[in-house]
Design a protein around this ligand. Sequence first.
Ligand code: NAP
Length: 511
Amino acid sequence: MIMTNTQSFQAVNPATGESLPGDFYEATDDQVNEACERAAEAFQVYRKKSGPEKAAFLERIATEIDALGDDLLQRANAETGLPLARLTGERGRTTGQLRLFAEYLREGSWVNARIDTALPDRQPLPRPDLRQMLRPLGPVGIFGASNFPLAFSVAGGDTASALAAGCTIVVKAHPAHPGTSDLVGQAIRQAVAACGLPEGVFSMVHGRGTAVGMAMVQHPEIKAIGFTGSFRGGKAIYDAAARRPEPIPVYAEMGSTNPVFFLPGALKNSTKLAQAYVGSITLGVGQFCTNPGVAIMAPCDEAEAFTQAARQAIGEVAPAPMLTQAIQQTYVKGITQLAGLPGVEVIGMQGGETYAHGTAALLTAKAGTLLQYPELAEEVFGPGSVLVEADSREQMLTIARSLHGHLTATIHGTDDELPDYADLIDILEQKVGRLLINGFPTGVEVGHAMQHGGPYPATTDARSTSVGTNAILRFARPVCYQGFPPALLPDELKDGNPLNIWRLVNGEWTK
Ligand code: NAP
């Protein structure tokens, strides 16, 4: 169901500043209320669907998205300024993750079934029959992200994982791509109808400003939130959810600067590595949560050549439209503030760019400046990065220790030198969710082993991931069935293992 009202707004093309065709309507409190109530009603039906039934639904959503064809890509391109090639890849990722969750559901072991059979003769007390598995949490509220109009939006990772878990959803569309959101919303509604599910399995509301999203967060029927966006937005939503009469979990993926450490051996290959670093900073006009926003070079003779090569590469990157004018303005303001700190030099951004265009920027400083002004290691969303040279190995470790939580950290080094930096790896492991050696953090593979989450403030729950099949765990909770007659048990927990899933039976993993 797509909710409508009379307060309308238009989408804006960030490449030109022109309004795009189509009116979108901000939901009222009553409409948000209705969406949440229908999600709660539908949950009573959808939560009982089997793995294969939910899998067929997710696959049908993927098919319906594919069927939107070029119209979807053209609209997303007009609303976000992201190139068609990137959007084509992102559509593949979106449908791919829906299909991956479908496979995961058909396999079925994700429910983490655990069985301790009864021990009636145990002394001094008998043990009852205990059987546990994961069950869906309830209706989930999802905030579409601006920077992935498909893969982290209406049918993105939060939607795929919540529906896979057996939850119904209410999506608050991101106001920067309302037309894209409507097209994808229609595809999901068609899949809902084709699979004979209640309409309330999926609802979408539009809104600009905080009111619509907050009404969803505060609705008593909503049992969890998925969010990707700014630290300010994520933290406000987290706090509001904690203040509810019934507090609920908020899985907010917020800011991250993704520190990169360059060791002396790696810096010997300066030019190529500097180009790769700049490529990672500027990919997608820097609008990735995995953008390497800060880099630390070990003290060595090659650091100067690397800095020069990075400066040259950054100067060669053409300005490109950012997602919205507000995001571009926040980027310019952030870089300008950092560039004004004593001892910081900036290469790149000149100011005076055309509407919503972002120009790449490299800020260089001494490592002592980074320690003195920790804001240099804070996220400035866009194609900018801070590059510093440490005075000593110990200072590099001090910087690593001073970092707060991030999604990723990266070390570039040779096979010979990496073992000497086990202490650096050890520090970073406590700061991030994904550690990379000789790679760049942009580009997040969707799979079973991916972790896209990290200690606060990168996310509000470091135990969770918003990418990959483990994302399903955010929207499920364990239920233990004690002393149940076999006929009343879910199939996952029945004797004989009718679904042939992996289960922990009396302490042993078995099929
Ligand atoms: P955002 O401002 O955090 O907004 C994301 C969504 O949350 C929007 O639907 C927004 O609604 C809603 N929202 C924000 N604050 C809220 C609040 N206090 N209460 C209720 N709803 C709220 O993020 P954005 O628009 O995507 O981009 C702005 C900034 O976010 C960027 O400059 C960047 O710093 C950061 N960002 C980070 C990531 C990341 O992955 N780390 C990704 C994208 C953006 P309205 O827009 O209607 O207010």
